[in-house]
Design a protein around this ligand. Structure first.
Ligand code: GRG
Length: 301
């Protein structure tokens, strides 16, 4: 295994363990009553099903530039993953992408039912903020507020939710490359940007450092989404653990649809180089972040 693979695996193990513990019956104290078992099982199905945990990895690699030990980033990384998993559960619903398969398993609404999937997503989002507000996320209250604000903005109307709205409205529309870029930056890029920025916040980055890392986060988000669109066109269902070729079928506006796979791959490599260049301020300390964005360009699932 490469150093990157070992680092990614260690991070995924930490996040899986943290999710397993946070989503156990014992964690839900009962001012009103016990958590309904079906809701808990649906939340576990939508989270503990083999995600790559890339967003917590970016957070942890960014914080490591500032010598923050990995253990101090696990809770913030876990809540990012809760928000990401909620978005996937809702995205898979019949009213949105209508998918039966996620991470090689039945989607939450297929395993349970639509109403349960909606509620499981709702509660993952709410729980993420409940946990981020608690001292176990970070001992400094002021810093926790900054993290909450960062995550809320990235997940909201000017970030992921707004991007999803624009994306749904773009089906069978002809969009300019700029409009496509903007949808991607909001729908997928915002949470990736926030992952990096949350790592920088935990690391007490200076303004100059935060600007550089934000640029990296934005470019990494663009690289991630472009790679995803290329894979949607070129990979198999088995490889990705989800239904592929859907963008083309639904007439979705993607860069790949506009400029083709070959040109998109060239563009992807350009974006990756720009992302790495944005890290020059940090020298070798940012090598893990460089390896992550390289992985975005090479990933096969
Ligand atoms: C429903 C509010 C709401 C938003 C949905 C993120 C999103 C917005 C939809 C997902 C659609 C999609 C497949 C977008 C491509 C980028 C993406 C988020 C891929 C999945 O992320 P990975 O590869 O997945 O990190 P794992 O399974 O490893 O966590």
């Amino acid at each position: 295994m490469s150093n990157f693979q070992i680092e990614a695996q260690n991070c995924a193990n930490d996040i899986n363990n943290a999710l397993d513990e946070a989503l156990s019956k014992e964690q839900f104290f009962e001012p009103y009553g016990a958590i309904p078992k079906r809701l808990l099982l649906a939340m576990r199905h939508g989270t503990l099903n083999g995600g790559k945990r890339l967003r917590p990895l970016l957070l942890r690699q960014t914080a490591a530039i500032f010598n923050v030990p990995h253990e101090q980033t696990i809770i913030a990384g876990m809540v990012l993953e809760m928000v990401h998993c909620y978005s996937l559960i809702h995205d898979d619903l019949p009213a949105m992408d209508n998918d039966d398969l996620r991470r090689g398993q039945k989607t939450v609404h297929k395993e349970f039912d639509e109403a349960t999937a909606i509620l499981a997503g709702d509660n993952l989002l709410t729980l993420a903020f409940e946990i981020l507000a608690s001292p176990k996320a970070h001992k400094e209250a002021e810093l926790r507020l900054k993290l909450i604000s960062e995550l809320a903005k990235s997940a909201g109307a000017c970030g992921m939710v707004g991007g999803q709205m624009l994306d749904l409205a773009s089906e069978n529309e002809v969009l300019s490359l700029k409009e496509i870029d903007n949808i991607h930056a909001m729908k997928t890029g915002a949470l990736i940007r926030a992952s990096v920025r949350m790592g920088a916040i935990i690391g007490l980055a200076s303004d100059r450092e935060l600007v550089a890392l934000t640029k990296y986060g934005e470019l990494a988000g663009r690289a991630f989404q472009l790679a995803d669109d290329i894979l949607d066109e070129t990979a198999t269902d088995k490889q990705l653990g989800k239904t592929t070729g859907k963008d083309k079928k639904s007439g979705k506006a993607t860069l790949v649809a506009n400029i083709g796979v070959k040109e998109s791959k060239v563009k992807l490599l350009e974006i990756i180089e720009q992302a790495k260049a944005a890290l020059s301020l940090f020298g070798e300390k940012a090598n893990s972040l460089r390896a992550s964005v390289d992985y975005f360009g090479q990933r096969e699932s």
